[in-house]
Design a protein around this ligand. Structure first.
Ligand code: LER
Ligand code: MN
Length: 272
């Protein structure tokens, strides 16, 4: 059964970014539970910035799970990327992601590799960058498997990466890997820019999609843009997707409305 999640950012540097809740875990968990969400997705500055005891307490109190943990702070705060031409930087990027895999592990929450994939350019051509990305995923995928969760790789739109931008290219790339523990993140905002047909892209991702960023065309809460979500919902159902639909949306017109609109859309498409 598909489950609902809502993002909470604890990264001050990312303010203005596409996350719903910004005012700490206690407030986010309380409101998420009140609205009937199954889980929160956490965007944290690093592995040591969240007190495990406090988080456990909040999850128990509110009967919530952790859907996933983002690693974007590795890029935003430390400029780390898996395809950096500098080997020392690549190692540091991998270590940051390992630490975020460990952070998510007690909650069986996968780590998401989005902006930390980087991009090709300068001394690095596309093939070389993809080889570096593959090497990193062959290392981190099995590491995540031992920690008890998949590793989630996110194709992004052309303004954020020039590596892999569509679900079909993501599937083709994952098929070249030995590890089977890396799954794709289907972010509907990125897909709205890059895919010719979002429902067809979901079908092309059958068996390879491990997480969904549930958001409208303009990166606002589902229902506040012009995305035709019905065929996408049908494709998710048809292909047997049973992971999270997580609201990675701007807090517009405000965080609470974004959270309310998202859960209303989730219930309309997946619960009624
Ligand atoms: C970035 O645009 C994004 O979609 C995030 O989920 C990844 O860092
Ligand atoms: Mn995303």
């Amino acid at each position: 059964m598909m489950k609902s999640a809502v993002t909470v950012s604890l990264v001050e540097e990312a303010r203005g970014g596409p996350f719903v809740f910004w005012d700490g875990l206690p407030a986010a968990c309380a409101r998420a539970a009140e609205l009937g969400y199954d889980a929160i997705e956490i965007f944290a500055p690093g592995p040591d910035t969240v007190d495990a005891g406090e988080l456990n307490g909040l999850l128990n109190q509110h009967n919530l799970k952790v859907a996933a943990v983002g690693t974007g702070a590795g890029m935003v705060k430390h400029g780390l990327k898996l395809t950096d031409p500098d080997p020392a930087q690549r190692t540091a990027a991998r270590e940051f992601i390992r630490s975020m895999i460990d952070f998510g592990a007690p909650y069986e929450a996968p780590a998401i590799i989005g902006s930390m994939q980087g991009r090709w350019g300068g001394e690095l051509d596309l093939a070389a960058a993809l080889a570096l990305l593959a090497e990193a995923l062959e290392d981190l995928g099995p590491y995540a498997e031992k920690a008890g969760a998949p590793l989630i790789y996110e194709p992004l739109n052309r303004y954020e990466t020039n590596l892999i931008k569509t679900v079909a290219d993501g599937v083709a790339f994952l098929k070249t890997l030995t590890t089977r523990n890396v799954l794709l993140l289907a972010d509907l905002f990125h897909m709205n820019i890059e895919e010719a047909d979002l429902a067809a892209a979901v079908r092309a991702g059958q068996g390879y999609i491990g997480h969904v960023h549930f958001v409208d065309s303009n990166r606002q809460a589902m229902g506040l843009g012009h995305m035709d979500f019905a065929p996408i919902a049908a494709a998710l159902k048809e292909t047997g997707y049973d992971g999270y639909l997580s609201a990675e949306a701007f807090p517009l017109p405000d965080a609470d409305t974004a959270a309310v609109k998202t859960i209303e859309a989730f219930q309309r498409y997946f619960r009624d």
